[in-house]
Design a protein around this ligand. Sequence first.
Ligand code: ADP
Length: 267
Amino acid sequence: MIVVKIGGASGVNLDAVCRDAAELIRQGQAITIVHGGSAETNEISTQLGHPPRFLTSVSGFTSRYTDRETLEIFAMVTSGKINTLLVERLQRYGVNAFGLSGVDGRVMVAKRKDTVRIIENGRQRIIRDDYTGKVEQVNAALLNQLIAAGLTPVIAPLAISPEGEALNIDADRAAAMVAGALKAEAVIFLTNVPGLLRHYPDDTSLIPTIDKAKVEASLSFAEGRMKKKVLGACEALELGVARIVFADGRIDQPLQGALAGRGTVIS
Ligand code: ADP
């Protein structure tokens, strides 16, 4: 099993990814896909008159402020549009893809951060209506049943809380949790850069390999959203996944390339 995370940032060549996935699946490789949708959610929520807002926590992390209306738009965009069209594309290449979000069958159960302490205009404030969570449990039995039935799961980044609320979750860290639960041999994070760059945005500063004992040190190279990916990589390693690749999703055969060592390989 390999888990593939498809980024929400624009630039990933979905056609190349799906064609490559189809070829690997024909060769007998099991694949589970987790996708994001942040860029498209920003666009559509703006069109709907509810533009994105971001929170900066006291510890300095930035995240989407997901009030109930934003959650509903996020579900519409990720679980509705992106997921369905990804499944459509895979089906076109002969993969019997099965779309779902973590809400379906409690595939991902997450803990809601019921209060978020933020910094706004230099002052601390508490936010209580944020529907964001961190995945704590993955229903591997259900995913394994789908896989055993010859289906390829395609998972949108929503989870369910123990209280039964849908939550926005980080797709990179969700991919790590899914990989751990499925005992995947590798996780491939496809994005719109060649891999982890020592001097972002200089493409020639690609870090080709990282020893798994030293991943946390590479957090210092990552800016913004790339930090979440490195965190995801650390979590996947802790869960026993042997190999993580940050790979370019804009090229031809991005998955076969990643498996052959193209990108940043952490092992
Ligand atoms: P996705 O939505 O595809 O998951 P993100 O936008 O979350 O992707 O993260 C990838 C982005 O992280 C890149 O497009 C790049 O702008 C940014 N980034 C920040 N620091 C680095 C770095 N050191 N190496 C590579 N990319 C970086």
